[in-house]
Design a protein around this ligand. Sequence first.
Ligand SMILES: [Mn+2]
Length: 272
Amino acid sequence: MTEHVYSCSDISAAQPSVVALFVSDVHLSADIPATTEAFLQFLQGPARQTKALYLMGDLFEYWVGDDDIGDPYHQTICDALLACYHAGIRIYWMHGNRDFLVGSAFADRCGLQLLPDHQILQTGKNSLLLTHGDAECTGDLPYMAFRQQVRQPQWQQQFLSQPLEKRREIARQMRQQSQQKQANAMALGDVDDAAIRTLVEKHGAQIMIHGHTHRPAMHQYAEFSRYVLPDWDCDHAASPRGGWLALLSDGSLQAYDVHGAATQLPLHPHAA
Ligand SMILES: [Mn+2]
């Protein structure tokens, strides 16, 4: 696992401004027009007020290979991301468990930079550890085995060598299976507390940000804080769901809902 460290030099301005935005689990697909529209509005509005945008996994519901960029729906998303890039916003991409096949062709098309699974963002005051979160769900043994398999270059080469239409069909089947599984189990797995503590300690981070679990919250530990990003759904939920986290120039973090209103994340204290 490679890791690079870099700094946000614009921390500590007199008036707090937005330094970076973090968003994950939008689960974009052509089947969810309202969520798609909400995300496009985000890219045209709030995202333009920052200098760095971190897409922290599962932006897409599924991604079967960069040769699917030509799909008209994907073109719309790529154009919107590229417009942000041309507006001077640095866009960083972290893979999720659904769009881990996004590669350099997609990154080049959209003007974004691919990040490793675990990324340290140094704010001057704090070390922020960024990750999607699926690798920390160590209690889900079948998923961990699946993850290990599909992250192997050999598996990916074999998958990508199949015709595009066949890969789309496989993705459709996998989505159906995962929707049934989630309906039965009522919920996605959560991250493992011991795995979190080990990872944060290893990186010496004071703040961790992740998504994946669809359980937006701020977890307060003795040594660090853990922010969980919300998932987005403006098509099925009774009230539109989604939002993002903003890193401000004073080093603080502020959550926003899908309408762009400042919001408070539920607070969960953890025993030492
Ligand atoms: Mn995920």
